[in-house]
Write a protein that binds this ligand. Structure first.
Ligand code: E4P
Length: 213
């Protein structure tokens, strides 16, 4: 399973660039940086070799396509994030025919993912945390999407998004999702286990008793 970092913070990306396979951003993450989007995007694309998702903000298909073409020019690894709306799917269809890679975002149901795949989306991003927040079963939606894509042989890959905790990453891996995009704090937690810390402490303590030669 590929791991992406869900952030627009270049420092976080630099620190973990040796590990992560790509990056996803969104307008809220970019706003936190208080820097021009084009500048941030260029830096991110130069820091990671893998796909970097950058989102359009237009709401009509023509506007999305125009923005997408500009974003795609920034770097070869840009993937254009398009919201899951009817206009968005029209834009995805046009962009897919032009060879522009797309990530359909704000997906909350398997039917939405099916439509995105039919329109030629490179990636679909079900927002598992937000589904859970609304009282639904985020990973259950991922479990529905994956066999649908497999059944019809769609090349579209699933990015498990809106990840809130390590359990989401584990469930994504168990389900065979292609990618999980993970916030910095959650990714750091994946390294740790209290028994690993306790084991290291015990080994170091015992090492003190080994006669020094
Ligand atoms: C994914 O591409 C989105 O940027 C992200 O996962 C949204 O997560 P949130 O629900 O924590 O804002």
């Amino acid at each position: 399973m590929n791991l992406y970092l869900d952030t627009a913070n270049v420092e976080e990306i630099r620190e973990l660039s040796w590990l992560v396979d790509g990056v996803t951003t969104n307008p809220s993450l970019v706003a936190r940086e208080e820097r021009p989007f084009s500048e941030v995007l260029r830096e991110i694309c130069a820091t990671v070799r893998g796909p970097v998702s950058a989102e359009v903000v237009a709401s009509d298909a023509d506007g999305m396509v125009r923005e997408a073409r500009e974003l795609a020019k920034v770097a070869a690894n840009v993937v254009v994030k398009i919201p899951m709306t009817e206009a968005g799917m029209q834009a995805v269809q046009i962009l897919s025919r032009e060879g522009v890679r797309t990530n359909v975002t704000l997906v909350f149901s398997a039917n939405q993912a099916l439509l995105a795949a039919k329109c030629g989306a490179t990636y679909v991003s079900p927002f598992v945390g937000r589904i859970d927040d609304a009282g639904g079963d985020g990973m259950g939606v991922v479990a529905e999407i994956l066999p649908i894509l497999r059944h019809y042989g769609f090349p579209t890959e699933v990015i498990v998004a809106s990840v809130r905790h390590p359990g989401h990453v584990l469930q994504a891996a168990l389900l065979g999702a292609h990618i999980a995009t993970v916030p910095y704090g959650v990714l750091k937690k994946l390294f740790g286990h209290p028994l690993t810390d306790a084991g290291i402490a015990r080994f170091l303590k015992d090492w003190q008793r080994v006669p020094k030669g």
